[in-house]
Design a protein around this ligand. Structure first.
Ligand SMILES: NC(=O)c1ccc[n+]([C@@H]2O[C@H](COP(=O)([O-])OP(=O)(O)OC[C@H]3O[C@@H](n4cnc5c(N)ncnc54)[C@H](O)[C@@H]3O)[C@@H](O)[C@H]2O)c1
Length: 342
């Protein structure tokens, strides 16, 4: 058996801590935890038995070396942390968004190529079974030519002030559906038109509607909103310390067939005096005491890429760059009221 990958996790918040656990469970050796908040880095390192912690990558590098940096920090720090890890000779798993501009994404992708480093961007939906099935169905011709996709995602209203608007919200929630559009259509966008509005009291846009036209003429309509009320069904109660709802739907419209996938279904509902639950069984459910679902599949895939056991064909970096370009165009089109050509 080969040696375990030596991993540093940068960002010790909600999702970073889940990454520490999930990478350990995947057989990696998490050798360091980094957070600008020193107390958080220390607390997470202690909870998961990680020897080194600090406020920057240099604080946790040691003679034993680091193979992979997992970037799970605030969105605005992803580019700098990814670039720093590549400069240090590491491969990188970076949570969405890959970067906050197409220029930055292209620069990072080029630097990784030049250095022979691998980057896997954490677009988790690509590893969730229903979307994988749909991608294979498209590949096998079951739906014929893909003419259009309709994608929407509504998040809990209560999350918006917590983290939804710490960068433009397109980079938080909409980016998931932008990536699904890229995954299904598998081509770069030619033109983007978008509008945004604010639910009452919001300082930042909390409802985003976009039309993406691809080079072939196929289109994707994407809408994301942070409007699910407090008493929406709890879909995330579980491993992530975040109560609330993600209500998403994807529709594919092809020349030979159509398909529809809902993130929240009624196949499993649990009602108690305290809550109405529709537990997530797809993204990161606990299975036999371990993080399972799409997150486990994604980390197993990234580990194989980082070991050079397989090509990065499910989440190619070029497609992550296309997605960043679309998101940037959504922001620009919303600001000007004009379509943006890419
Ligand atoms: N793939 C998914 O479905 C999914 C789900 C949740 C979160 N995420 C992504 O994971 C990332 C983290 O989200 P979260 O919910 O854990 O946020 P969070 O606010 O709980 O944690 C972010 C942490 O990053 C730290 N941080 C900020 N700048 C840093 C820097 N330069 N270096 C090191 N640490 C830094 C903060 O101090 C904080 O502890 C975000 O990019 C988010 O988009 C992805």
């Amino acid at each position: 058996m080969s040696d375990p990958l030596r991993v540093v996790v940068a960002g010790a918040g909600r999702f970073g801590e889940l990454h520490v656990r999930a990478w350990q469970e995947a057989g990696a050796r998490v050798v360091g935890v980094v957070d600008v908040d020193a107390g958080r880095a220390e607390a997470v390192a202690r909870r998961w038995g990680v020897a080194r912690y600090g406020t920057g990558l240099s604080a946790v590098r040691s003679a034993e070396g680091v193979d992979v940096v997992v970037v799970a920090s605030d969105e605005s720090s992803h580019s700098a942390l990814t670039d720093g890890a590549i400069d240090a000779g590491c491969d990188v798993f970076v949570e969405k968004p890959f970067a906050l501009s197409a220029a930055a994404a292209e620069r990072t992708a080029a630097a990784a190529r030049a250095a022979g480093r691998e980057i896997v961007v954490g677009h988790i939906s690509r590893f969730a079974q229903p979307y994988r099935y749909l991608r294979s169905a498209l590949h096998d011709g079951m739906l014929g030519t893909l003419w259009a996709t309709r994608l929407h995602r509504d998040f809990s209203r209560s999350w918006f002030a917590d983290f939804g608007d710490r960068v433009h919200p397109v980079w938080e929630s909409c980016i998931h559906d932008i990536d699904l559009a890229v995954f299904f259509h598998a081509e770069p966008a030619a033109r983007v038109f978008a509008t945004e509005s604010r639910a009452a009291g919001d300082a930042a846009p909390s409802v985003i509607s976009a039309i993406v036209e691809f080079a072939s003429g196929a289109t994707s309509t994407i809408q994301s909103a942070w409007t699910v009320p407090l008493r929406g069904p709890q879909s995330l109660a579980g491993l992530l310390a975040l109560d609330g709802t993600i209500d998403g739907e994807a529709q594919l419209i092809g020349s030979l067939g159509t398909a529809r996938q809902r993130l929240i279904g009624d196949a499993l509902t649990v009602w108690t005096d305290d809550a109405s639950l529709t537990p997530d069984l797809s993204l990161w459910p606990e299975e036999d005491g371990r993080v399972g679902g799409a997150l486990r599949a994604e980390i197993a895939y990234a580990s194989a890429v980082f070991r050079r056991e397989r090509a990065n064909s499910i989440m190619p970096v070029d497609q992550a760059v296309w997605g960043v370009a679309i998101a940037e165009a959504v922001v620009a089109s919303s600001a000007t009221g004009e379509p943006v050509s890419l």
